[in-house]
Design a protein around this ligand. Structure first.
Ligand code: OGA
Ligand code: NI
Length: 370
């Protein structure tokens, strides 16, 4: 399918809609009953043994990286083990003492909040198209009449450096470009450290995943800043529909005050309770493939609320887009054959785009394809 250059219908800025003072959301944002936030039954115990109280109180694993770089071997082992379990069972964890400066995290969030709070004309200068998605956007996909999510976003390329074009980044607030440049640099470094941990935990050489991604200067990285305006009818819609992240892994800086991200756990949706100064890291489809499904790319979605806007920075850390990604041969055996065919990240993105959304983690459909 040829990429289409224009949106199929006029773009609605969700923030403008929210600020117009409506008290009912347009039909275009109303999700079918089964996708609405409150459809989960909290009374049925699940395989994991949850009861209804647990579902509310449970959180994704929170892991402190401090001990990884200390002297104590035992503590280091324990931390690695916790990362391993999180990748196998949750596909998600929060990380503390990750090495990224807390003030820089705060500034990154603040410059984007300022950007979104500028007048609409200032933002429209950066309006994006479905060709590259770079810039200010309010929808994903080009299906005419599609049901939309309750969010706006700004999308930009950070790596490879040949795709980084600061002219396409907002020039206001003044500090945005410098802050995001520095932030990107630090988050890319964190991504490299995490790839090393995952490689070790999988019993592979510590540079295995980095090499599979093409090496430090060749990886792909992009930032999607999500803005979820207040919503007068949060029970009827979603800020971001259920999806798995197609890339390598995602390093998310959530809003410090407002929760909204939900992670699928069996039949339940677990609301992530963000820990101050932590990043939320999740496994994407490409690491699920490389690990031959030992690590899971888990479905997640975002709910909105009627009182507070929410901002999040999703940094996607991806393999170079033209390298073949396939299960590591060390993780393949007669008992555990390769679950996925070799495919480049470029091919994969095209594949999921043409296939259209499916209810489960997108990469699952590759298994059933064979
Ligand atoms: C994403 C995403 C979660 C959030 O951008 O892919 O899942 O909390 N974001 O905004
Ligand atoms: Ni996501």
């Amino acid at each position: 399918m040829m990429a289409c250059q224009e949106w199929p219908e006029p773009i609605i800025r969700v923030q403008s809609l929210a600020e117009s003072g409506i008290n009912a959301i347009p039909e275009r944002f109303i999700k079918p009953q089964s996708q609405r936030p409150k459809t989960q039954s909290n009374v049925v115990p699940t395989k994991q043994g949850f009861n209804d109280v647990d579902v509310e109180n449970i959180n994704i694993p929170v892991i402190d990286f401090q001990d990884l770089y200390g002297e104590d071997k035992n503590l280091k082992e324990q931390t690695l083990k916790r990362v391993s379990e999180a990748c196998r069972e949750w596909g998600f964890f929060q990380v503390l003492n990750h090495g990224v400066n807390h003030d820089l995290m705060k500034s990154a969030r603040e410059v984007w909040r300022e950007f979104f709070h500028q007048p609409i004309e200032a933002k429209e200068k950066y309006a994006n198209s479905p060709l590259t998605y770079e810039g200010y956007g309010s929808r994903l996909g080009i299906k005419k009449g599609a049901i939309l999510d309750w969010s706006d976003y700004f999308f930009l390329h950070y790596m490879p450096s040949s795709l980084r074009d600061q002219e396409k980044w907002p020039s206001l607030p003044n500090s945005l470009r410098d802050v995001i440049d520095e932030y990107g640099d630090e988050v890319v470094k964190l991504g490299g450290r995490v790839l090393e941990l995952l490689s070790i935990n999988l019993g592979l050489k510590k540079d295995f995943l980095m090499n599979s991604f093409g090496g430090e200067s060749e990886i792909g990285a992009c930032l999607r800043v999500n803005f979820y305006p207040k919503c007068p009818q949060p029970d009827l819609t979603l800020g971001l529909s259920s999806h798995s992240d197609p890339g390598g892994m995602t390093i998310l800086l959530p809003d410090e005050n407002v929760s909204g991200l939900q992670v699928r756990r069996g039949e339940h949706w677990i609301t992530v309770k963000p820990v101050p100064n932590a990043f939320i890291i999740n496994i994407g489809d490409q690491i699920q493939v490389l690990s031959n499904a030992i690590y899971k790319s888990i479905e997640h979605r975002v709910i909105v609320n009627s009182n507070k806007d929410r901002v999040s920075l999703a940094f996607f850390y991806n393999p170079r887009s033209d390298l073949l990604i396939q299960p590591a041969k060390e993780l393949v055996s007669e008992d555990r054959p390769p679950l996925y065919p070799p495919m480049t990240f470029d091919e994969y993105r095209l594949y999921i785009r043409t296939k259209g959304p499916c209810g489960k983690s997108q990469v699952e459909s590759l298994t059933s394809q064979k």
